[in-house]
Design a binder for this molecule. Structure first.
Ligand SMILES: Cc1cc2nc3c(=O)[nH]c(=O)nc-3n(C[C@H](O)[C@H](O)[C@H](O)COP(=O)(O)O)c2cc1C
Length: 216
């Protein structure tokens, strides 16, 4: 089965190894801890939790923080990030950040995120995340690049706050519309929807999300 291909990798016979007769087959040593860990990490990437329609709450005065390398692999998470994601710190570190991606998120928002931060700029976005137990939690995320002394991007940093509930009343149906557009015509169609909204509001994307978070 394709799903398990990666498990066979380490076991494949080297090219010039002599064939082993059945009665000479060596007793297999138990898998080393490190390779067991690697398998566990791969499994976490493959087996995405099934979303359930139950919210996971966090206190409004606390912030959820994570950092990634340039490729979006998690290199740090604060206690609240780990708690909300529902994985252990060991399970999370090194994983692509999409480990907590919720299927209700339109792809366009992540495209906007990566296009913006890879150009060295910050972005704010409403994001619904998926915890390990399938619960969801909405955040208002600020994502920024970190630079080295030469001005090159070396990592990314995200700070998430509780979203304004009134903003979510607008964002939830709008994201639904974006996903519908994506299912019909991909990101080309969802981009059109976003442009339509921004034009009707006479705001840029950044102005709109900040307005929704702090001014309504
Ligand atoms: C610093 C940082 C934080 C991120 N935080 C999240 C997050 O909380 N939830 C999420 O789904 N994606 C987050 N992403 C975006 C993911 O890297 C990824 O683009 C997204 O989950 C979509 O994954 P996919 O393209 O595999 O569908 C973050 C990226 C960066 C760089």
């Amino acid at each position: 089965m394709k799903l398990f291909n990666f498990l066979k990798k380490g076991n494949s016979k080297k090219k010039d190894e002599a064939p082993v007769k059945a009665d000479e087959a060596p007793v297999k040593a138990p898998a080393k801890k490190s390779s067991k860990k690697k398998v566990e990490k791969k499994l976490i990437q493959i087996w995405k939790p099934r979303p359930v329609d139950i919210e996971k709450f966090f206190p409004g005065d606390e912030i959820i923080v994570s950092k990634t390398d340039k490729n979006g692999n998690i290199i740090y998470g604060n206690e609240l990030f780990i708690y909300m994601a529902g994985y252990t710190e060991t399970e999370l570190l090194g994983q692509p950040h999409n480990i907590i991606r919720h299927p209700d998120m339109p792809q366009l928002i992540f495209k906007a995120l990566w296009d913006t931060i890879s150009q060295g700029k910050e972005i704010n976005a409403y994001v619904v995340n998926l915890a390990k137990d399938g619960r969801y939690y909405w955040v208002f995320a600020n994502v920024t690049p970190s630079f080295n002394d030469e001005g090159n991007i070396i990592a990314y940093h995200s700070v998430r706050r509780k979203p304004n509930p009134r903003a979510l009343e607008i964002i939830i149906p709008f994201y639904k519309e974006l996903r519908r557009a994506e299912s019909v015509g991909g990101m080309h169609e969802s981009t059109k929807e976003l442009v339509k909204l921004l034009e009707s509001q006479k705001m840029s994307y950044e102005e709109l999300v900040l307005h929704l978070q702090y001014k309504i």
